[in-house]
Design a protein around this ligand. Structure first.
Ligand code: BDR
Ligand code: CA
Length: 316
């Protein structure tokens, strides 16, 4: 059985990623690391704790990661994030409060310890900025060879970005960290806007959850309805909301959902294109063996699976 660690800036699609991971029978979610992005790190941690309890997984520990990019002094939530996820990351709802607290160990140290312990059995899925992962490889470069795989949500190769024409939100938060990660020899799969904006959810699906009559079903329906309404304003060309973060989890567990290409990638770190994911011209003659970029997704198979799993989970 695979061990799974998520690294989340817990907003609404991160909340869907938690649910997808918990519904999987073949992997064990051994921890969540909190990041900043959709919300400040403390709020992300709180959201993860509350959502885990709501889903009957109050035993999964949550660790706090770094509060901002190493190149910046602090982090302030962008207005666009608050618009899409709500000011508190969870549609401005008050979730049932989980009585427990964040774990004592620091998120970066937890990641390093877990990689040494589980090695190739460990899958890591970051769906926020890559700050914690970059810090972990800096602190302990050995983990690059040990880890089973890293499947991250971020970047955009064949389509424009979503926070600037060049950049996707997660990588735009910390372009230097993302560049460290993409230029490392980690076994990486990039699940970017190229594929995540093809996997959409509508209010027809959230109605299914609402009609279950459970608290998880109605809270998740409220969360996603808010997210769908925001998408109608910010991305009206899409017929629903994008399932960014749960797609990364699904792809980590079942790579055949994606069609990928091996490419040597880098991330631009200076304006005006900071955060852009693009081929690394310095490695153009080197065979690409570790980084795969997803350019197509079996969207029907994924969305069906997503709905079956989450509906079953919320029905309990
Ligand atoms: C990514 O940015 C965040 O707002 C979402 O949670 C997702 O991880 C999409 O660009
Ligand atoms: Ca996210």
């Amino acid at each position: 059985k695979y061990k799974l660690i998520l690294d989340l800036d817990t907003g609404i699609d991160d909340a869907l990623a938690i649910a997808y991971a918990l519904a999987d029978q073949d992997c064990e979610l051994i921890g969540i690391i909190g990041s900043y992005g959709n919300v400040v790190v403390e709020q992300g941690v709180r959201n993860s704790l509350d959502l885990l309890s709501l889903l009957g997984a109050a035993d999964v520990p949550v660790y706090q990661g770094l509060p901002c990019a190493s190149t910046k002094k602090n982090f302030v939530v962008e207005p666009i994030s608050a618009q899409i996820h709500g000011k508190n990351g969870v549609a401005n709802l008050t979730l049932p409060h989980a009585p427990r607290q964040v774990a004592e160990q620091d998120g970066v140290d937890f990641l390093i310890t877990a990689i040494h312990k589980y090695q190739h059995n460990l899958l890591f899925v970051p769906t926020g900025p890559l700050t914690n992962l970059a810090a972990a490889i800096k602190k302990d470069p050995e983990i690059v060879q040990l880890i089973g795989g890293v499947t991250f949500m971020g970047g955009a190769l064949s389509v424009p970005g979503n926070v600037t024409p060049a950049a996707e939100a997660n990588l735009h938060q910390d372009p230097a960290a993302a560049n460290e990660v993409l230029r490392s020899k980690l076994p990486l799969t990039m699940v970017g806007l190229d594929v995540t904006t093809r996997t959409l959810l509508t209010k027809k699906e959230t109605q299914t959850w609402r009609s279950l009559g459970t608290s998880a079903g109605s809270i998740y329906a409220d969360l996603v309805d808010y997210y769908i309404d925001a998408y109608q304003v910010t991305s009206s060309h899409l017929a629903g909301c994008a399932l960014h973060d749960p797609l990364a989890v699904a792809a980590a567990l079942e790579p055949s959902l994606l069609q990928t290409f091996f490419l040597n990638m880098k991330v631009e770190t200076v304006p005006p294109f900071e955060g852009r994911t693009i081929g690394d011209e310095k490695r153009i003659n080197e065979p690409a063996t570790t980084t795969q970029v997803a350019l197509n997704v079996d969207k029907k198979r994924f969305v069906n699976k997503f709905m079956n799993r989450l509906t079953t989970l919320f029905a309990d």
